[in-house]
Write a protein that binds this ligand. Structure first.
Ligand code: ZN
Length: 64
């Protein structure tokens, strides 16, 4: 599956090994963030909100 990272706009080919593949394939999300940006975003969000990536994942569960 071809996806475009929403942050750096680079194109990536992902398969079922990617955590975001199922989400995107099932139509729950069209947004892909590559690993590099993902790490950057998580680091950024810790810095700005004080929320750790684990907490964000927990929060994400309730949104579904
Ligand atoms: Zn990216």
């Amino acid at each position: 599956m071809e996806v475009t990272c929403m942050t750096c706009k680079k194109e990536y080919i992902i398969d079922f090994k990617d955590k975001q593949y199922n989400k995107i394939k099932s139509g729950k999300s069209k947004l892909y963030v590559c690993k590099t940006c993902n790490e950057g975003v998580q680091r950024e969000s810790i810095k700005t909100t004080g929320i750790s990536p684990n907490d964000v994942d927990e929060y994400g569960k309730y949104l579904k």
